[in-house]
Design a protein around this ligand. Sequence first.
Ligand code: CAA
Length: 256
Amino acid sequence: MTETIRIETRGSVGLITLDRPEALNALNDAVMREVVAAAETFEADASVGAIVITGSDKAFAAGADIKAMAALTYTDVSADDPLADWDRLLAIRIPVIAAVSGYALGGGCELAMMCDTVFASETAKFGQPEILLGIIPGIGGTQRLTRAVGKAVAMDLVLTGRTIDADEALRIGLVARVLPADSLLEETIAVAEQIAQRSRLANAAAKRAVNAAFELPLVDGLAAERAEFLDLFATEDRAEGMAAFIEKRPANFRHR
Ligand code: CAA
């Protein structure tokens, strides 16, 4: 039983819906615990091949829970890093897509950026407004945003705290697609389902290789990619994928 999210399976897609409407899905400890646990449970389920994380029409998530944070002392946060469990999302091997409508601010924007890709509705609004609270982003905003959009734009967003709309987010490379609000979720789930039908092993390798571009110098990222590419030749799915192409039939991947 979860208090802050809803969990369901649609075909081969695990759907996590943030559900704290009274706080525009602000991210508190319970949300972090429940989202991470749900993602880990989906990953452990062989019938689930991809995850979609979404919110409501009004808010994907309006940030870390400011009311909960306001009560924390320096001793509290330094004794026990309250954001540490978010890092467990990065260890999820199946692809994770954020479907963002409405506000994705602060930790909400950071949660979207922790996903493998971001699809936004025309109503989505992104920003890192932490500076207005006398703090800075704490779940990767200064790092992932800068890698996603470059230093000048990241500095603009982090230093001004301004909010951008979906078109600007698309233009700067923060999101991959902008979709109509009323079809965002279904279209995102449809893409996730396609991904889930592919080889689980190739999907995991693709994630690791693209993430290596974020984390490693080019020469090391290229070496990581080559190792992943060569390793896939050991898989039955690679043999099936190539045989299916030659035999002009759809591939039936075993590890999916
Ligand atoms: N934390 C806690 N509660 C929040 C919240 C947040 N981040 N964002 C919104 N809420 C609550 C509001 O307090 C309000 O509750 P009450 O009705 O009990 O007062 C309810 O959600 C509805 O919000 P608003 O009345 O403010 O709705 P609005 O439509 O007028 O404004 C908004 C929407 C522009 C998103 C505005 O709510 C807002 O600015 N929210 C805060 C955004 C923010 O600063 N996020 C960064 C948080 S810090 C962070 O995320 C740190 C990090 O990197 C880890």
